[in-house]
Ligand binder design. Structure first.
Ligand code: ADP
Length: 538
């Protein structure tokens, strides 16, 4: 066979040639913008050509600091197809981390949303490698700014060549992109994606037994394009000519529901907190969501109750999946096997609320204290991964040695696996609650609490305890803050599902659970704020 290089150019050109009439819809500050793949492709080539005239060379990093919209999608292919590296920067990080990331990656150009100009203005003095700022905006004139040199994206594009020819000698192992994980301690860690990794990951996203993205889908990545490649949806969509709906700056549940209804979205992807918010809006209003064939949910554990309500009450199929920035990200997806269909509804839900089975193309181990764990759904171990879209190191980072020892990515996730190969994440290593020498899964307790109809969100955290080392405490946000629900009612609701010593020692009612930059529960903050909870109680 030919040693054909698996690069983004051939993915881009397929979408361009075969699906010129298909549409991309983008929510911008000015409203809904739509154009065809033909127009998308011309503008993407213009972008590459314009970046080249700004002096961007092969292998150099171009940063993006933006929401999900058509400009960002142009950058997603325009930068890697010319041989440069697309560096998506998480807009929600602290200024210190943003400075660290841009300097560590040595970005030479930064593409940013107009709304983020004030933020970047404040830190530009600390960004010595950035040679040009390009502002993505609907307006032709830029507001006054101290950014320098600064360009309007639209004006810059006019100078670019719509017939710009992409090089066909890019090596498939060359970097095409990078993204930093929002490390909970220390500086963020950079992951570099190769053309080959993204090409093969996109193929896996299209398999019927995983997410099964297809040309006939209307895909809406709610997961930000600065977070783990928006789970790869932009790449596979352009390749297949799938209609994309990009929900723009800070979309609310109502915005998302309006887009689902008006654009007939079939596949929408986001973290559980997004789907919890959308669920509340669905329960309060009238929306036609019948176009949805699947809600893809990952990033943290999808609560069983959430899956059940979407499917039973609203008829929306839910697909639970697992991945990490380090894994491009798709690793596990939760689908039933053909011979499992006649299990009871509750048994089916039990399986589907697990993170699922390994997608084709990857290899996995779950390693406990005594080596590989038994496939009994009980024995816990750390999930280890390897495969063509799994990173083999962090970018210029001494923390690589530990995380990538012996040719495997050590995920830091603790899991069990059942006899069918369904993996269930028990916790992140650092979030497991250690009580009297035994481990308690905070995720299981959270899921059980969130199944209570009055509970909006629940997070369980191990709090230092004078006698037991740590004891679980539940932090709960009610749907209706005035509801007369007390600690005992919630504990009674979950008590049959757990050993007595697993039950939280306390339930603290909050108006909001602090979240990380990508919408996950910020357990570290809760742990810190409540670290004396038991000490002061004794
Ligand atoms: P960050 O580290 O910034 O949160 P990532 O998206 O890379 O960003 O996080 C990956 C982690 O998210 C995984 O290691 C795992 O702990 C968690 N995760 C992802 N998907 C799931 C899921 N379906 N269920 C439980 N945890 C998940």
């Amino acid at each position: 066979m030919m040693n054909f290089q698996l690069t983004l150019r051939s993915m881009f050109e397929r979408g361009e040639k075969l699906f010129p009439k298909k549409e991309i819809v983008s929510r911008t500050p000015a409203g809904l913008f739509r154009y065809t793949y033909a127009e998308y492709a011309r503008r993407t080539r213009r972008l590459s050509s314009a970046l080249e005239s700004l002096g961007v060379k092969r292998g150099e990093r171009v940063g993006t600091f933006a929401w999900n919209h058509h400009w960002h999608l142009e950058a997603y292919f325009g930068i890697p197809c010319m041989g440069a590296v697309l560096h998506t920067i998480n807009i929600r990080l602290s200024p210190d981390h943003i400075i660290y990331i841009i300097n560590h990656a040595e970005d030479v150009v930064l593409l940013l949303d107009e709304a983020f100009m004030p933020l970047i203005e404040k830190i530009q003095d600390q960004l010595p490698t950035v040679r040009a700022y390009v502002v993505m905006s609907d307006k032709s004139e830029l507001p006054e700014t101290t950014l320098s040199p600064v360009y309007s994206y639209e004006k810059l594009l006019e100078t670019g060549d719509p017939g710009y020819v992409y090089p066909d000698d890019i090596d498939e192992n060359d970097p095409m992109g990078m993204c930093y994980t929002s490390a909970t301690t220390g500086n963020p860690k950079g992951v570099v994606y190769s053309h080959r990794g993204v090409f093969l990951h996109s193929m896996s996203m299209g398999m019927a037994d995983t997410v099964g993205v297809s040309e006939s889908d209307v895909a809406m990545p709610v997961v930000p394009m600065f977070h783990a490649n928006a789970w790869g949806l932009p790449f596979i969509s352009v390749w297949l000519g799938t209609k994309l709906v990009l929900p723009g700056p800070a979309p609310t549940p109502l915005t998302l529901l309006d887009l689902i209804e008006s654009e007939k979205v079939t596949l929408a992807a986001g973290v559980p907190t997004v789907w919890l918010g959308v669920l509340k809006a669905l329960e309060e209003g009238q929306f036609d969501v019948s176009s949805l064939r699947s809600v893809l949910c990952g990033g943290s554990a999808a609560p069983r109750g959430l899956i059940k309500t979407y499917e039973k009450k609203f008829g929306i199929p839910f697909l639970h999946a697992y991945g990490m920035t380090e894994t491009t990200p798709l690793v596990l997806s939760s689908r039933l096997k053909s011979y499992q269909q006649d299990l009871t509804e509750e048994e089916l839900l039990d399986i589907r609320s697990k993170q699922g089975i390994l997608v084709p193309g990857l290899e996995m181990r779950i390693v406990g204290e005594h080596g590989d764990v038994k496939w009994d759904g009980q024995e816990m171990g750390e999930l280890l991964l390897r495969g063509p879209w799994i990173a083999d190191q962090y970018y210029n980072d001494s923390r690589s040695a530990e995380a990538f020892a012996d040719g495997w990515l050590h995920t830091g996730d603790v899991a069990v696996i059942d006899e069918e190969g369904n993996v269930k994440l028990v916790d992140r290593t650092k979030d497991l609650v250690k009580s009297g020498g035994e481990w308690i899964s905070s995720v299981d307790l959270e899921n059980a609490l969130m199944a209570h109809p009055a509970v909006f969100e629940a997070s369980v955290v191990g709090i230092p305890h004078p006698k037991w080392d740590e004891r679980p405490v539940a932090f709960v946000v009610l749907k209706d803050a005035q509801a007369a629900i007390g600690k005992q009612e919630l504990l009674d609701f979950i008590k049959d599902h757990f050993a007595k010593w697993w039950l939280p020692d306390d339930v603290v009612f909050l108006t909001e659970i602090p979240k990380t930059s990508v919408g996950k529960f910020m357990k570290r903050t809760l742990r810190e704020q409540y670290k004396d909870h038991f000490v002061s109680a004794v």
